[in-house]
Design a binder for this molecule. Structure first.
Ligand code: IPM
Ligand code: MG
Length: 361
């Protein structure tokens, strides 16, 4: 019996995470779920975004189902005291260096993309974002220097950090269309020069994978020009944060974009954190209108990677695809004039679409 830590967090996090938990429980009735506080919710309960008891619950679990963190009223608050320190601290604490963010256009939703349907039809890519290095975790300072307020961040990557995420991406590419695009800013950043060198060296171990390098500004352009060009993308932390929002929106809504954060390069059964990439969506929080598809698809990734149960993962993904195709969809993906599903009713429809084998018992 597997144990899941449920860290719903802030904004739409509690609603979409509850929906994902219901789907997972329907597919796998033997799981146990333990809630724990994170983000602004944890700050108001315990005075810190990542309480020690939350880390204990996570450490005693096989996987973390995560919602979102963030909230109003933290502008100018030091990074380590902000709600976001909750998720950043979890990634670092558990060494979750590889963040998988798949983006695909579901059949029947081509017209929901902001791009023309013929550009996006069949788009199916996966971004592997390095998650525990780079600007996010470099030394920061904010001080008066020579009489002027000065902010500093440092962008640090070691060869080992680059190598392990490159290996993860090459291995993922071998299970897909065998094409890897490594994205960097090699023409300006020395960290990108090291990145490109290490990724190129590792390519020798994967002769079956076609490797290309692309500068990040060009990549932002190519993603909207021809998203089907890409299969697997590997890139550093900040570039991956930005490009994954872009790729998600091209599919029609960031509300259907899941992620898996993992700490091992190989193997089927491993600890991980699973979260929608979207964030807290404060404008619709608490209204039962958010799209839970990203959270439900994150739960499918949990079944695939942390439970070693690809059958359940496939079943949940198929049920989501079928529900999106048939409708009703949540407001972010509904066409004008279509009926609109609530967060909870969309999850009900996904549960009803699960094969009986998966939700029997
Ligand atoms: C994401 C989010 C986070 C990040 C925030 C909430 C710290 O934008 O997971 O993409 O920047 O990594
Ligand atoms: Mg982001």
């Amino acid at each position: 019996m597997a144990h899941i830590a449920v860290l719903a967090g802030d904004g739409i996090g509690p609603e979409v995470t509850a929906a994902a938990q219901r789907v997972l429980a329907a597919a796998l009735p033997d799981l146990t779920f333990t809630p724990a506080a994170v983000g602004a919710a944890a700050i108001s309960l315990h005075g810190t975004p990542l309480p020690a008891q939350t880390l204990e619950v996570c450490a005693a679990s096989d996987a973390i189902l995560f919602g979102a963190v963030g909230g109003p009223g933290f502008d100018g608050v030091r990074p380590e005291q902000r709600p976001e320190a909750g998720i950043l601290g979890l990634r670092k604490h558990f060494g979750l260096f590889a963040n998988l963010r798949p983006s695909r256009v579901f059949a029947g939703l081509e017209d929901r993309s902001p791009l023309r349907a013929e550009i996006v039809r069949g788009m199916d890519l996966a971004i592997v974002r390095e998650l525990t290095g780079g600007l996010y975790f470099g030394i920061k300072s904010l001080e008066i220097e020579a009489g002027v307020m000065t902010a500093r961040e440092s962008l640090v990557y070691t060869a080992d950090e680059i190598e392990r995420v490159a290996v993860f991406a090459f291995e993922l590419a071998q299970t897909r269309r065998r094409k890897l695009t490594s994205i960097d800013k090699n023409n300006v950043l020395v960290s990108s020069q090291l990145w490109r060198r290490i990724v190129s060296e590792r390519a020798a171990d994967y002769p079956d994978v076609e490797l290309e390098h692309m500068l990040v500004d060009n990549a932002a352009m190519q993603l909207v020009r021809d998203p089907r060009h890409f299969d697997v993308i590997v890139t550093e932390n900040m570039f991956g944060d930005i490009l994954s929002d872009e790729a998600a929106m091209i599919t029609g809504s960031i509300g259907a974009a899941p992620s898996a954060s993992l700490g091992a390069a190989a193997g089927e059964h491993r600890f991980g954190l699973y979260e929608p990439i979207s964030g807290t969506a404060p404008d619709i929080a608490g209204t039962n209108r958010a799209n839970p598809a990203a959270a439900i698809l994150s739960a499918a990734l949990l079944a695939r990677f942390s439970l070693g149960d690809p059958g359940t993962a496939d079943a949940i993904e198929a049920a989501v695809a079928q529900t999106l195709a048939r409708g009703p969809r949540t407001a972010d993906l509904a066409a004008p004039g279509d009926p609109i599903a609530s967060t909870a009713s969309f999850a009900d429809a996904v549960i009803a679409a699960l094969p009986t084998r998966a939700h029997a018992g």
